[in-house]
Design a protein around this ligand. Structure first.
Ligand code: GCU
Length: 369
């Protein structure tokens, strides 16, 4: 029996993934569990006033050789006389003017990847390829929403919550929750854009993959959640994984999570949850998990196990989750279930091979033709 097998896990983990134990109450309970114990709760959300506007819109020969419309969009938020805003970049294929298209949002870790001049084109966001294949491509830079260092919860999005600066309650949001909130604001815009057909994917790599999962889990408008090498506290089963564990991640990046998460570092074996339960919260919507073969810090096998063990939740809704039970070899993508999967030879990175596979998966399951 695999060391990751459900049979080895404590009751909460075992109990959830069957027709008998899975229901909407259970889903709510689990979601609250991950909110309060892992990623943290966004306080007082109803007090946020949000306005989204297109600051600049262009098309013509300078924008992807006339193939796309480019929009620079600004999200402004206020709360109790404090304001904060952040931009995101969106390309929509011109063809969407005839027939609306699906969109794919990517959370990026650097402004270089989301360069609106396209003088620099990063492999982690091949917007030209996405447009050529008929999809709209949006990019959000994580640090535009919240810094990726411990700022004592004072800057960017956190400016809106001065009462918590430097004194976070134990279940209050960490940065992954703030970034996921930012991704959902991009979803707000896309859900209202008449050129988008309502099918929306959210993708991220590594810390961005953890965030895409957390966004997809909380936001039912996300049709497909894409996790590239999200590893520990992402798609990977934590127990018995190789590489990073809760102690490592909450020591190096304590601000990504709520303080409560640290409780589990000392005894992962007996914690009442594991990451497949988080992935199961995406059912019956689409999920894509991919890994790189040499990425031992993430542990490709533990990521595959996360997807495999979440899979029965799709069965409850009558859909195939991950249609394989053995981990496929590198360069052998699996696209015919509601959970897509591939492993690629290589190191911790998200590249054009990965993107083309996401788009292949979307070609099968989305209304692209
Ligand atoms: C670190 C961290 C990982 C994270 C990665 C990344 O390696 O330990 O959990 O996924 O950074 O975001 O690239």
């Amino acid at each position: 029996m695999s060391e990751y097998a459900v049979e080895n896990l404590p009751p909460l983990v075992k109990g959830v993934l069957s027709k008998e134990t899975w229901n909407e109450e259970r889903r709510k309970e689990l979601l609250e569990f991950f909110r309060h114990e892992v990623y943290g709760v966004l306080p007082d959300e109803s007090s946020l006033r949000i306005a989204i506007r297109v600051a600049d819109e262009r098309s013509g020969p300078d924008i992807m050789y006339g193939r796309a419309i480019r929009k620079l969009v600004e999200v402004s938020v206020s709360r109790k006389n404090r304001e904060f805003s952040f931009p995101f970049l969106l390309y929509i294929p011109k063809a969407a003017e005839q027939k609306p298209v699906p969109a794919i949002i990517s959370l990026q870790g650097s402004i270089v990847a989301a360069d609106p001049t396209r003088r620099q084109i990063a492999a982690s966001w091949p917007a030209e390829t996405i447009i050529a294949r008929g999809y709209a491509a949006a990019a959000l830079v994580n640090q535009d929403v919240a810094p990726d260092y411990d700022d004592n919860f004072t800057l960017k999005f956190y400016r809106l919550f001065p009462e918590f600066a430097g004194k976070r309650p134990d279940d209050m949001m960490g940065t992954i929750t703030a970034w996921a909130w930012g991704l959902s604001r991009v979803v707000d815009y896309l859900a209202d854009d008449p050129l988008i057909n309502g099918e929306i994917a959210a993708a991220g790599h590594s810390r961005g993959g953890k965030t895409a999962i957390w966004c997809g889990v909380q936001d039912p408008r996300v049709t497909l959640t894409i996790s590239s090498c999200s590893g520990c506290s992402g798609a990977a089963i934590t127990r018995a994984k190789a590489g990073e564990h809760i102690r490592d991640i909450t020591t190096a990046f304590p601000y990504w999570f709520c303080n409560n998460y640290k409780k589990y570092a000392a005894d992962e074996t007996n914690m009442p949850f594991d990451q497949h339960l988080l992935l199961a919260l995406l059912a019956p919507r689409f999920l894509y998990v991919n890994s790189k073969s040499y990425d031992s810090w993430c542990d490709p096998r533990a990521e595959f196990e996360g997807a495999r063990q979440a899979s029965p939740a799709w069965g409850v809704y009558g859909f195939p989750g991950l249609p394989v039970t053995e981990m496929p070899p590198p360069e052998a993508p699996v696209h015919d279930g509601h959970i897509g999967y591939h492993l690629k030879t290589g190191h911790h990175f998200m590249d054009e091979y990965d993107w083309n596979n996401y788009l292949d998966f979307m070609d099968i399951h989305f209304r692209i033709c």
